[in-house]
Write a protein that binds this ligand. Structure first.
Ligand code: GLA
Length: 381
């Protein structure tokens, strides 16, 4: 009898344990992240597309090729979802040619003058892929590598972790750099991008995100109204390398402290605007490096969509899509014309490895590089 009772109790315990385990595994997999094939790289490596959806219906599609945000759907003021980023429908188009649509950028966001820098007495040489300078990490930067994906059960929302080991010497940079980027789609329609990196040798790091936004989902971006609480910017030479000066925005066409349409002054006669073919500059914020603050707010009057950009980074590259020229056909057949998208790239300043007065981009063994970027969407009625 005692044996039978024991057995029954055990059975009951097993039953409850199974329910508990079932619940646990259900909550573990209840991430609202779906995975589907997205094709193969030229080397035959399988690449995937991950769909992150929040309870609101907002949706981000992200590939582990280049960590590219392929689409990002958020509501307009009538609650209608629309895709607010530029890009392609399929992997082959990304493999063929892309001006960094939606991609993760590394090891060094933006330009390093003439592809040279010196660190600890060693001179390093990088590919000059944006003649005469190095741009966005080189010929095969982080935007063109396959990242190791892992769907996370984050309490904050559907989440995708991407990891990549950039080997010592890759694209000319020193040190084995171990990088993780976690994308999370928060319930308040914000896409959070969390970067960490460690190295085994002194190196330089400057990671960012290169989504091209168009909050109207069509046409040019000149009616978008931008506000950036930055007192200064870094003027550039004709090759878009900072001169070293931190110039006050006061009295210049670069003053966005009050909300101003992108198109309001972009065609005025100005040497800096000529060099960039429009806005393609680094704005400098009055803050401590590492302090998480708002860097920009962008409002699109037609749809009411608002994008707010927050980051721990000290600078923001605001690029008004001046190199788009109608030669690329994107999602749904949209031919991307001059200034059909803009980028907001939180970063350390361009060419910092050669500019001792700029905040340092050096990462040493034992330190952890961190960068947090949040792109938050809402509407203004
Ligand atoms: C950055 C640069 C621009 C341009 C784009 C990519 O934003 O600052 O000059 O190279 O990337 O086309």
């Amino acid at each position: 009898m005692g044996g039978l009772l024991k057995c029954a109790v055990n059975l009951l315990l097993c039953f409850f344990a199974a329910i508990l385990l079932g619940c646990a595994s259900a909550s573990r997999t209840h991430t609202n992240v779906a995975q589907q094939p997205f094709g193969k790289t030229k080397e035959g490596v399988d690449v995937f597309l991950f769909t992150l959806r929040n309870a609101h219906g907002a949706e981000a599609r992200i590939s582990n090729y280049g960590g590219i945000v392929v689409s990002l759907k958020v509501p307009d003021r009538n609650g209608k979802l629309g895709d607010v980023v530029l890009g392609y429908d399929n992997l082959d188009d990304y493999l063929k040619e892309t001006p960094y649509f939606g991609a993760l950028i590394g090891r060094y966001g933006n330009r390093i003058a003439r592809g040279h820098f010196t660190l600890d007495g060693h001179e390093y040489t990088l590919a000059t892929n944006n003649y005469p300078n190095a741009l966005h990490g080189g010929l095969k930067g982080f935007d063109k590598v396959v990242w190791q994906p892992l769907i996370l059960a984050s309490p904050d929302g559907p989440s995708l972790k991407l990891s990549y080991l950039s080997k010592d010497g890759e694209e000319g940079y020193p040190g084995n750099l171990s990088v993780t980027v976690i994308y999370t789609l928060l319930e308040d329609d914000a896409l959070r991008v969390d970067y960490t990196a460690t190295t085994d040798k002194d190196t330089v790091v400057n990671l960012t995100q290169h989504s091209y936004f168009n909050l109207a989902g069509k046409g040019d971006i000149l009616n978008h109204v931008v506000m950036m609480p930055a007192d200064k910017f870094t003027p550039v030479d004709s090759t878009l390398i900072p001169t070293g000066e931190l110039r006050p925005v006061e009295g210049t066409l670069f003053d966005f402290r009050k909300p101003t349409a992108i198109g309001a002054r972009i065609n005025q006669d100005d040497e800096q605007l000529k060099f960039g073919k429009g806005y393609d500059h680094n704005w400098v914020f009055n803050k401590q490096v590492g302090e998480f603050t708002q860097l920009a707010r962008v409002y699109e009057p037609g749809t009411g969509r608002v994008l707010e950009v927050f980051s721990t980074e000290p600078g923001l590259q605001f690029y008004s899509g001046n190199f788009l020229d109608g030669s690329l056909k994107g999602k749904g057949g949209w031919v991307y014309q001059f200034r059909n998208g803009f980028c907001m790239e939180p970063q350390h300043f361009p060419d910092s490895p050669n500019q001792p007065s700029f905040p340092s981009v050096v990462l040493k063994p034992g330190q952890t590089y961190k960068n947090l970027i949040v792109y938050k969407f809402s509407v203004q009625k």
